[in-house]
Design a protein around this ligand. Structure first.
Ligand SMILES: NC(=O)c1ccc[n+]([C@@H]2O[C@H](COP(=O)([O-])OP(=O)(O)OC[C@H]3O[C@@H](n4cnc5c(N)ncnc54)[C@H](OP(=O)(O)O)[C@@H]3O)[C@@H](O)[C@H]2O)c1
Ligand SMILES: [Zn+2]
Length: 364
């Protein structure tokens, strides 16, 4: 790599770093960072997008700018917007600033932008370089990109199991399989997500809280998917003072008279079948980029089968639950041949005290 390219990469990495500062707060928007250099290559401003409704990264960088950007260079990890959303288009700001060259890492998959921003910049005589640090930028905004392309939320499935691969005893008891450190890691992990999903049975058996325990100002939406609507009238999830709760039920099987058990503070939505894809779509429509499935084996199996899961996080504890009837993390996928089994990729392994955490991706 030439010296010149090394410095372009350095500035784009700075833009990506700035973008990552909005990692847990920008949904439904993407994570964007911007860096501006003057015509001599000196850093004169930078910015990042923090929250929907607040300035975009480029706008923040221009707001802070107190030097002339004419003839300068901009680095931004996502194509600047060209539509009037909650804030005016960034492309107009870039053009009027007199910037000569812009490095853009990846195109914006949002149909209102998707190449149109680049076209406008080029038409205004600005040199556009597309693709610098593409891999890192795709990784940072993978959930936003996934939602825009598929209209479904990017799903991560998390479960905790013993070293003999069990997630609960046969009577449903599962508190606690992992150590305290792993459990507290899960609380902070939840901050990366816009919603946490469980099935009705996990609610009945575990009565979970599903919060970040304060590590995120606005707690993720807690979602219960139920076929029966046979949910208890008392539950930790019904207290919506700290985190909101949404119950989604399958109207083809549910007993709607059970709706009276739910307090008014709990939001309710009905769907026409038990296909988890419907959950993923509803949450994407609500602006959730990334959702965490913390369900038990039955819903987890259905979620994988309906391609709602893009990554998994498994906590494995050195404990033995034993017994043929204690629960596996999944139900039956009905595979007959070894070439049908699910193969995951990009695994990362870490030790949390005595527990092991494995993260892997699906190839779908
Ligand atoms: N170790 C762990 O990481 C972990 C995590 C979560 C749960 N668990 C354990 O898992 C057990 C519960 O397992 P579970 O499999 O019954 O989990 P679940 O998370 O409750 O999912 C199953 C429930 O989801 C609802 N559902 C909606 N659509 C569905 C579909 N297409 N397929 C299947 N279910 C659908 C149904 O609720 P309704 O019955 O209300 O209709 C069903 O009973 C509990 O003992 C809990 O302790 C362990
Ligand atoms: Zn913008």
């Amino acid at each position: 790599m030439s010296k010149k390219n090394v410095s372009h990469t350095k500035w784009m990495k700075r833009a990506i770093f700035l973008a990552s500062l909005g990692r847990n707060t920008t949904s439904p928007n993407p994570n964007v960072g911007a860096v501006i250099l003057d015509k001599n290559g000196n850093l004169i401003s930078e910015g990042f997008h923090y929250k929907a409704g607040m300035p975009h990264a480029e706008a923040m960088a221009f707001e802070k700018l107190n030097k002339n950007a004419k003839g300068g260079t901009m680095y931004v990890n996502l194509e600047p917007c060209c539509h009037h959303g909650r804030t005016p288009p960034c492309v107009e700001k870039v053009i009027s600033s007199g910037i000569k060259k812009i490095y853009i890492s990846v195109k914006d998959p949002d149909k209102r932008v998707s190449g149109k921003g680049i076209k406008l910049l080029k038409e205004a005589g600005i040199q556009v370089d597309l693709g610098l640090c593409k891999k890192e930028s795709l990784e940072l905004n993978k959930a936003f990109i996934h939602r825009n392309i598929t209209n479904k939320a990017f799903g991560v499935l998390k479960w905790a199991m013993s070293i003999d691969g069990r997630v609960a005893l046969k009577n449903g008891k599962s508190k606690w399989i992992t150590n305290e450190e792993s459990r507290s890691l899960v609380h902070s992990l939840r901050a990366e997500f816009d919603a946490i999903i469980i099935g009705g049975n996990t609610l009945r058996k575990d009565n979970p809280l599903l919060t970040t325990r304060g590590s995120k100002k606005t707690e993720p939406l807690r979602v219960v998917f139920t076929k029966s609507l046979d949910l208890p009238s008392k539950s930790n999830l019904w207290d919506c003072s700290r985190a909101k709760t949404l119950v989604i039920y399958d109207s083809s099987t549910a007993n709607e008279s059970y709706l009276t058990r739910l307090p008014k503070s709990v939001e309710v939505e009905k769907v026409s079948s038990d296909n988890p894809e419907l959950i993923s779509k509803i949450l994407a429509d609500r602006g959730c980029n990334k959702v965490l499935w913390e369900c038990g084996p039955r819903l987890a199996t259905a979620a994988i089968q309906s391609r709602c899961i893009q990554e998994i996080i498994t906590f494995i504890a050195p404990k033995i639950l034993g017994g043929e009837n204690s629960m596996n993390p999944f139900g039956d996928f009905e595979f007959e041949q070894m070439n049908e089994i699910i193969k995951l990729s990009d695994s990362q392994v870490s030790l949390i005290g005595n527990d092991i955490c494995v993260k892997s991706s699906f190839k779908n």
